[in-house]
Design a protein around this ligand. Structure first.
Ligand SMILES: [Zn+2]
Length: 644
């Protein structure tokens, strides 16, 4: 995808003729630009100037709103209008009834934006605010922008938003000066560090003509390689807001003590250390472009000796099997070369044997060898054995504990409990919030577990019983069951909460379901593996083991489709691979004959419609609901309708 050219402006203060003149010049020189985004005070005293200038502009003007996240030309743009006002923000003074014209944001405006940021699946490309974040220059060594008062300028509300949004760019008006801060990095929450570039723009009519327009060519984060988002540029500092936080914590700890000095985690010495380490890291290895990458035949190796090159690595691993490719990418977390190397073998057996080289000595260093599909979470968050334990005790590493803000944790405030249609021992069934068809449901473990293959045997078996019961219910409607599950770690959102999307489709659509999933995956460059349906006499535990093997372990990220005959189509995702987020939903909507309903926007309904839909589904499902009949030892067998 090519870059989107966008212009940003500081406070316009009703000087539209001036704005259009500048934009025209910029457009001629570096354009054409696809959008102009304005921050700071847009209107001013001279509203007559606006009325005369608007028709001449020929440009559609749009007010983004008080706060929220929107998508402009593929870019995720988060915004907050207004500035901080203590009496308004603390509720001592009511804002004017016409909130659209209130110059101050309220806690509601901020809460709305925070909620949208939490729910956003991708990255924030741009954050727009009308004031600077307080403490922006903390940690900067050298001169500060002239006229800037670090202790008074900007607001803490905006600082908090920057820390939450972790935007790639933050463009703000609100100060009578122009300033581009050196980029700063936010700490790694599991998916790599993120870097923000701040640009403060002066008002249009700045007396000394300080810069009020800024041009950017931005490729949306959604179209970028995940590694590219973690690149740390030259001169990057630690997030000033994290530094301030660390300082506050240190001061609290030291309160009353002798030490009032805190250690700058990202100060000058840290930068030096980073540079020193960079000189010692391994070099990237491009790998062979002509060898199709196959996660099942690949292992990930950590702690490879720095000096070892491609041939030496291939030579070492030849003892496990024939090596066909070796590669090591760049910029996994710190903008440096990845700390791990991929080694692909001719056969799956080769990769399996290579796992036995784990902890072996390679030129004086112990190498760590893992399946390539072991999820980017890596670093042993959960040992492979953990999956066999009960899920009731929560397993290791916090998995199983309720996550605040999770839609699927029944105990969370954000949970849609009114959509729940049946609750079992460890699993529940909920009608989908934006259903493709009225009988579109989700099977969800009650505990916050990330993926079905990582569930305890009991929990997994219960999910299978629900699938089986649904299959019978759809059959009574002349429909066949298709389903999918997608497991992406989503570590910066508290981790994925496992859910299987299930739908009934016509027999004709059921017949082409496998083909449809395969075609959609192929279009994205992936090949799915077909797992045959469980044989007679084999239980859910056999299937669970089979899936384990196919995806490469309980921590793996993967996509899995379930076909009407019980076959599974599976594809584990390698580190750094991107799976199209909407793929499963698009295939289901297509099979259901309503491709337009792949888009969530087409599927919203009123609370009353939703209530009726849940009620209808409950009635429909009742005769098949094994959990409600106390028949909990069904062993995966389909429960037939009673007395029919
Ligand atoms: Zn959850």
């Amino acid at each position: 995808m090519t870059a989107v050219k966008v212009l940003f402006s500081g406070a316009v203060e009703a000087d539209l003729p001036g704005l259009f003149k500048k934009v025209e010049t910029a457009n001629k020189k570096n354009g054409p630009f696809e959008a102009l985004l304005c921050t700071g005070q847009f209107f001013g005293a001279g509203s007559s100037a606006i009325l005369t200038a608007l028709p001449a502009s020929k440009a559609p003007l749009k007010y983004l709103g008080r706060s929220g996240v929107t998508n402009i030309k593929g870019l995720n743009v988060a915004f907050l209008d207004g500035v901080y006002n203590h009496p308004v923000y603390t509720g001592k003074v009511q804002p004017s009834a016409d909130t659209a014209s209130c110059p101050y944001y309220t806690p509601d405006d901020v809460a709305l934006l925070k909620a949208q940021l939490q729910a956003l699946e991708g990255e924030v490309d741009v954050l727009l605010t009308c004031e600077w974040p307080r403490g922006l220059t903390t940690g900067i060594q050298g001169p500060l922008p002239e006229g800037y008062r670090p202790g008074n300028s900007g607001s803490n509300v905006v600082s908090e938003l920057v820390a939450l949004a972790r935007p790639r760019y933050h463009i703000a008006g609100g100060e009578a000066l122009h300033y581009a801060r050196p980029p700063f990095s936010h700490r790694d929450l599991g998916a790599g560090v993120r870097v923000t570039r701040f640009v403060g723009l002066a008002p249009m009519g700045h007396p000394a003509k300080a810069k009020s327009l800024h041009a950017l060519g931005l490729v949306p984060a959604a179209a970028m390689e995940p590694e590219a988002l973690c690149v740390v540029p030259e001169g990057c500092t630690t997030s000033p807001f994290e530094l301030r936080q660390a300082k506050r914590e240190q001061e609290e700890m030291n309160a009353g003590g002798e030490f009032s000095r805190w250690q700058q985690p990202g100060g000058g010495s840290a930068a030096k250390r980073q540079r020193r380490e960079a000189a010692n890291t391994p070099q990237p290895i491009a790998g062979r472009p002509d060898v199709p990458r196959d996660p099942w035949k690949t292992v990930v190796v950590k702690n490879v000796p720095w000096a070892a090159g491609e041939e030496e690595i291939a030579g070492f691993f030849a003892q496990a099997g024939q090596v066909v490719n070796v590669w090591r990418g760049t910029n996994n977390r710190d903008g440096r070369v990845q700390a791990f190397t991929h080694v692909q073998f001719e056969t799956r057996e080769g990769a399996e044997r290579a796992l036995q080289l784990h902890n072996c000595d390679f030129n004086g260093r112990q190498v760590f060898v893992e399946p390539s599909t072991a999820g980017t979470a890596g670093s042993g968050r959960r040992g492979p054995g953990a999956a066999a334990g009960g899920s009731g005790d929560g397993g290791g590493g916090g998995e199983g504990k309720p996550v605040e803000g999770c839609w699927f944790c029944l105990g969370s405030a954000s949970a849609d409990t009114e959509l729940v249609a049946s609750v079992g021992e460890e699993v529940y069934l909920a009608v989908d919030k934006g259903p493709i068809t009225p009988e579109h449901v989700l099977i969800v473990p009650i505990d916050h577990m990330s993926a079905s293959v990582g569930l305890s045997p009991q929990c997994f078996a219960e999910m299978e019983r629900y699938l089986s019961a649904l299959r019978s219910m759809y059959a009574s409607l002349g429909r066949e069951l298709v389903a999918f599950e997608r497991h992406l770690s989503l570590r910066n959102k508290g981790g994925n909460h496992c859910h299987i999307n299930v739908l009934g489709v016509t027999p004709a659509a059921g017949r082409r379901a496998g083909e449809a999933f395969n075609a959609a995956a192929a279009a994205a460059g992936y090949k799915l593996e077909l797992l045959p349906p469980p044989t007679r006499g084999s239980g859910p535990d056999d299937l669970r083991r089979q899936l384990h093997q196919a995806v490469g372990g309980p921590d793996s990220e993967y996509f899995m489709a379930v076909l009407p005959d019980g076959c599974r189509l599976v594809r584990p995702l390698m580190r750094g691979e991107r799976w199209p987020m909407a793929l499963g939903r698009e295939v289901l909507a297509d099979l259901a004959g309503v491709p337009e309903r792949a888009s969530w926007k087409q599927c919203s309904s009123s609370p009353e419609e939703e209530r009726q839909r849940v009620e209808r589904f409950k009635q429909l499902f009742k005769p098949y609901d094994v959990m409600q009949q106390g028949d909990v030892d069904g062993n995966g067998a389909a429960a037939g309708p009673q007395g029919q």
